[in-house]
Design a protein around this ligand. Structure first.
Ligand code: 5GP
Ligand code: ZN
Length: 119
């Protein structure tokens, strides 16, 4: 289910502007802000304003929101100046993949060389 605000969700609170964040881009359904613990010169989180636990839940919602998020990630990369040199978009999905905040977010990482596989 999509709720406009899940009371105990950190990223719902950021989406509602109840908790401050360094916002870099906002669209009708997405918000992008800098990660508080950046792992690269550009490290921006792109979230849906509506609550979905992760990318798996977002995919099952099937309402075009995943498309919005991908386009927002691309716009962030262009705005941050990393679209030309290369960047990475990551959805950590589930605790085994390192997901710690259970509100869907894409990490947009760039500005340094990125190794593959990520480990
Ligand atoms: P995950 O591990 O769930 O894929 O990523 C969660 C990310 O959220 C981490 O990179 C972490 O640094 C970031 N984060 C956690 N709390 C906050 C916060 O209050 N503000 C911001 N801007 N980022 C946060
Ligand atoms: Zn949420």
């Amino acid at each position: 289910a999509t709720l406009s605000l899940v009371t105990d969700c950190l990223f719902c609170k950021i989406a509602a502007k109840e908790i401050p964040a360094e916002i870099v881009l906002e669209t009708a359904r997405a918000l992008a802000f800098r990660d508080i613990n950046p792992q690269a010169p550009t490290h921006v989180l792109v979230i849906s304003k509506s609550h979905h636990a992760n990318a798996a839940a977002l995919a099952e919602a099937d309402d075009g929101l995943a498309d919005d998020l991908l386009k927002a990630c691309h716009a962030v990369a262009v705005q941050e100046g990393v679209a030309e040199t290369g960047y990475r978009v990551v959805f950590n999905t589930g605790p085994g993949a390192g997901q710690t905040v259970f509100h869907v977010h894409a990490h947009v990482l760039g500005g340094r060389s990125l190794q593959w596989p990520p480990g």
